[in-house]
Design a protein around this ligand. Structure first.
Ligand SMILES: NC(=O)C1=CN([C@@H]2O[C@H](COP(=O)(O)OP(=O)(O)OC[C@H]3O[C@@H](n4cnc5c(N)ncnc54)[C@H](O)[C@@H]3O)[C@@H](O)[C@H]2O)C=CC1
Ligand SMILES: O=C(O)C(=O)COP(=O)(O)O
Length: 534
């Protein structure tokens, strides 16, 4: 597999990929059309914040399985486009949290004690001791906007330095704030008004873009604003003006709306604004952590294992994965068989879980059933984009579970409906590993889902199976296995054939010409090509 890395990551991550036998290409320069060329044959793309992973990248990268973000923020990645293209997006949400928190604390002191400004004056030959009168953080109030991973680490550190904590975060529980010794305030303006310092730790989202503007800065009057989250959350013009006019005592920024190097930004001209070039995650430890975590995510995706840090794939619990893994294939196959047996536009898909499997988190199994349903119709579908495809096509997806089961320890049933009719296909595992189709449309069968299959509905009378065997034989199609189920003697029967090769149209026409044959459907499953080649 080819892994393209377009922002610098630590060698530990690159080595992990190379040791696993993959080709790793680092290309930190390409952008625009060059990036599209570079990514065209990549199976994985690893980035930090410096690569714009937009729709065009996904269009160009037809073999892409995963985009790994060696860090937290994914605002530079079009996740919707990734999902549409069936590409996993995974970040590394833990490895640089402490680095980001420490940088926030460092920036807090830098601006409160004018460290960069004083340094500049001293190396310029001036002993400007009398011009700098700093502010202590001790006994001051810190307003934390966004008490997620980084926010909590900042809270711990600045709490221990004697600060009172106020938090604004509409999505957290009172309990989380309590645990950090912080007061949760419902209104952003009130929270800012209470603070002497405010640190920002939200993601950049449509909802948070520009959330700190002139009016919010006015609430923090006389205080300091520190943003080591994302540019764009704070209105940069308003901030430059607020500090320049003395509304705020100072500001410290590690991220900017425009990166790298914000052009003509007023922020760079205001003496009391301290800036660093997006260094929050730039420690040796953090870079090693996120590089290795991202490499692991890529390797998991290559091995069809769950990517636990995926942001757009069905969730799965790592410890439960071995129990659900075999059912992924059962569900996908049942979905594939059901979709091929039902005529007309599918309007509804139901995944039912019976027995032991019903105790598990089956999001990924249901997504795999949908993959199976769509695969005969779509050119590039996987468990990442199948739920979204269903939504886009107005297909209702339901999931039901019961611990009760009749014959099998675990059973997966995929039912597809088209408004008038429905087909249910049930699968299970024999001996815990062999996938079997055990019921089709209510008929009890025992079919190994593999390669070329023929599903025949016929009247249950002597000679029909012989007829089918003869016609297939006449057309040189060898029957590898056969499973017959019937409603009642003399009623309708359903027979599943495993075949060594595809069935020519002429054979199907010949079979349908016989009144006793009600319906014939050829189904192609994985392994069909190998069989044909043998
Ligand atoms: N400068 C740097 O190098 C680094 C920057 N970051 C950035 O720091 C930020 C925080 O990262 P994490 O703590 O890991 O994220 P997180 O997802 O753990 O926490 C984000 C918090 O923001 C809250 N939030 C969401 N919308 C909000 C709103 N409208 N108002 C207030 N709170 C809101 C969420 O409820 C959550 O508690 C991200 O933007 C990330 O990209 C992270 C690491 C390094
Ligand atoms: O992890 C994050 O969100 C960061 O902002 C770090 O960005 P970087 O990996 O240094 O480009």
């Amino acid at each position: 597999m080819k892994v393209l890395v377009t922002d610098p990551i630590a060698d530990a991550g690159l080595d992990r990929l190379r040791d696993a036998g993959h080709e790793v290409v680092t290309d930190y320069e390409s952008e625009g059309d060059d990036l599209l060329d570079a990514v065209a044959d990549a199976n994985a793309l690893i980035v930090r914040s410096g690569t714009d992973v937009n729709e065009a990248v996904f269009e160009a990268a037809s073999d892409l399985v995963i985009v790994g973000r060696a860090g937290i923020g994914v605002d530079n990645i079009d996740i919707e486009a990734a999902t549409d293209h069936g590409v996993i997006v995974a970040n590394a949400p833990e490895g640089n949290v402490r680095a980001a928190a420490e940088h926030t604390v460092a920036m807090t002191f830098a601006v409160a004690r004018s460290i960069p400004q004083a340094h500049g004056r001293l190396v310029g030959g001036e002993w400007a001791k009398g011009e700098f009168l700093g502010t202590e953080v001790n006994n001051k109030t810190l307003t934390i906007v966004g008490l997620g991973r980084v926010g909590q680490e900042v809270a711990k550190r600045l709490d221990s330095l004697g600060m009172d904590l106020v938090v604004y975060d509409p999505y957290i529980s009172e309990e989380r704030a309590d645990r950090m010794g912080a007061e949760l305030v419902e209104d952003l303006h009130d929270a800012l008004a209470a603070g002497d310092f405010a640190t920002i730790h939200t993601p950049l989202l449509p909802e948070t873009e520009g959330m700190i503007g002139e009016a919010e800065l006015a609430q923090l009057e006389g205080g300091y604003l520190i943003n080591c989250a994302r540019g764009g959350i704070v209105d940069e013009d308003a901030l430059a003006e607020a500090v320049d006019d003395g509304v705020l005592a100072g500001a410290a920024l590690d991220s900017f709306a425009e990166e790298p190097l914000p052009q003509d930004s007023p922020l760079l001209d205001v003496e009391e604004i301290v800036v660093t070039p997006h260094l929050g995650a730039s420690t040796e430890a953090a870079q090693e952590n996120v590089a290795v975590d991202t490499a692991e995510a890529v390797l998991a995706a290559f091995d069809d294992e769950p990517v636990l840090t995926a942001l757009n794939a069905p969730s799965v619990d790592e410890s439960a994965f071995p129990r659900i893994e075999p059912y992924i294939n059962v569900a996908e196959t049942a979905g594939k068989v059901a979709a091929q047996l039902l005529d007309g536009r599918i309007t509804e898909v139901e995944a039912t879980y019976e027995g032991d499997i019903a105790a598990e988190d089956v999001d990924l199994v249901t997504a795999s059933a949908l993959k199976g349903v769509f695969e005969p119709l779509e050119w590039q579908v996987n468990a990442v984009n199948a739920p979204r495809l269903a939504e886009e096509r107005g297909i209702e997806v339901t999931e039901s579970k019961t611990r009760q089961t009749d014959d099998f320890q675990s059973l997966v049933r995929v039912t597809v409906r088209n408004g008038d009719d429905e087909i249910a296909v049930e699968g299970t595992l024999f001996a815990g590993e062999d996938a079997r189709i055990v019921r089709i449309d209510g008929f009890r069968v025992d079919a190994v889902p593999y390669g070329h299959m023929l599903v025949a509905r016929n009247t249950d009378e002597p000679g029909v199976i012989g007829l089918i065997g003869t016609v297939l034989g006449d057309h040189d199609v060898n029957i590898a296995g056969m499973f017959n189920g019937r409603e009642t003697q003399g009623g309708e029967a359903l027979t599943v054939y495993n075949l060594d090769s595809a069935v020519p149209d002429a054979a199907i026409e010949e079979l349908l010409a016989d009144d006793r044959v009600v319906e014939i459907t050829e189904i192609t499953l994985d392994g069909a090509d190998e069989r044909a080649d043998e």
